[in-house]
Design a binder for this molecule. Sequence first.
Ligand code: SF4
Length: 218
Amino acid sequence: MLNQTQINYCLDKIGEMFPDAHCELNHSNPFELVIAVALSAQCTDALVNRVTKSLFLKYKEPEDYLNVPLEELEGDIKSIGLYRNKAKNIQKLCRMLIDEYGGILPADRDELTKFPGVGRKTANVVVSVAFGVPAIAVDTHVERVSKRLGICRWKDSVLEVEQTLMRRVPKEKWSDTHHKLIFFGRYHCKAQSPQCEICPLLDLCREGKKRMKRVKGY
Ligand code: SF4
């Protein structure tokens, strides 16, 4: 496992590699972001952006999603995986938003997780990106990178990964670190083919050293 100095070094290097890391889901307000994140489960941001380009022109307010039959909304998002479930959750989310929150999305993680289809990760993304509240959303990239590098243990749950990162990273850097780890995982330390041979973190990385040993006796 990495010590604090090594973790700081890794996060600094990752920051240098991806200084412009940011949320890649297109949106123009918190409501659009929560819809985009809800659509993004098990699906790429690029595909979500293709769908929301026309979706957000047609549906602007929570009421708009409730003014169409479920089948019509399903049709509008059907190129996205799990679209039936997602359409149902979006309508339930809009119903609850109107009935219990006066149509205004709360800027609070715990409140957000009460909405259908909104888990802790989605809520963390929304509070951090839309409302500027420090949070570390642990998605598949953040979890994989944290475990490969030895910032977290392989057996850690997603919540444990989040808690470890919150302990190890200063609060004012939580949101930025989340984006940088996502970019690092998405474009460099990829799930199937991590670029270990050109990785500046190889000397510190337990997974990278194991992989390089297998490939060329590093
Ligand atoms: S050495 Fe390989 S596994 Fe480790 S962080 Fe770099 S790319 Fe990922």
